[in-house]
Design a protein around this ligand. Sequence first.
Ligand code: CAA
Length: 283
Amino acid sequence: MIIDKVLVIGAGQMGSGIAQVCAMSGYDVILHDLKDEFVQKGIQSISKNLNRQVEKGKISDEEKQNILSRLTASTDIQNAAGVDLVIEAAIENMEIKSKLFTQLDEIAPKHAILATNTSSLPITEIAAATKRPEQVIGMHFMNPVPVMKLVEVIRGLATADEVYEAIEDMAKKLSKVPVEVNDFPGFVANRILMPMINEAVYTLYEGVASKEDIDSVMKLGMNHPMGPLTLADFIGLDTCLYIMETLHEGFGDDKYRPCPLLRKYVKAGWLGKKTGRGFYEYN
Ligand code: CAA
């Protein structure tokens, strides 16, 4: 299975990060979103990241130009017709993803692999929206994608071994470290990370300590690069809540019950860094 051309769907933080690392590793990348302004914003953020690398002397200006020349903007899903791999990083909504995968299945060449960057939705259910469930797989990158080494490679119930191997191999070519994960709610990363964040929110909710002190405990006591409340703001409180709900529903165990304070913040529109306010305020 040879992968040369990649279509990344969704030009937000995750999608543009994925497009960047693919282009940096020599793949031809089409970055797709619903509106051209979204795609241009994604390309601008890639360009900004690359400029920083040039300033730091990590890449040359010529390399930057070569990377950018491997990137094409798209608002036409028919562009899936010319690729070997689709990596979907669109909104976390099963109905939208199912429709998208049905459409991609009709457009993409027969040999193409359809991957999703979902952080918690079942790969098996997404695969069931296609007629090629053996070629559907999870490829879960961490944020910020250019920095974080991990990719969870998630096998759906029907994922073929050669598809798993092709994606594992590609993740290595992207200078990432793939780990093999089976399809259960939250996979591994979010099954462990989100209950920790949720517990940090409960700790704040119950008045055990201030937000700054809760973060200090985990930063200075456990050597985490960010405290859990800062990390929640960085991920997005809506995303944290959504994943906790997925865990709660998927396992039916109350240990995954989202903290009422997390719900309250999301209802208030305090979604973290992206809205300027979460547990902390941002300018
Ligand atoms: N995009 C690209 N590069 C970035 C970046 C971004 N958004 N943010 C930071 N960087 C780069 C910097 O340019 C810098 O690069 P160099 O080493 O080449 O100079 C490097 O990362 C370190 O950055 P800083 O010195 O500015 O800051 P830092 O040391 O505090 O690192 C951090 C920033 C990497 C984000 C660090 O705080 C960290 O590791 N935080 C935890 C991140 C984490 O846990 N991510 C997982 C989130 S969960 C998830 O993604 C899964 C999910 O489904 C929800």
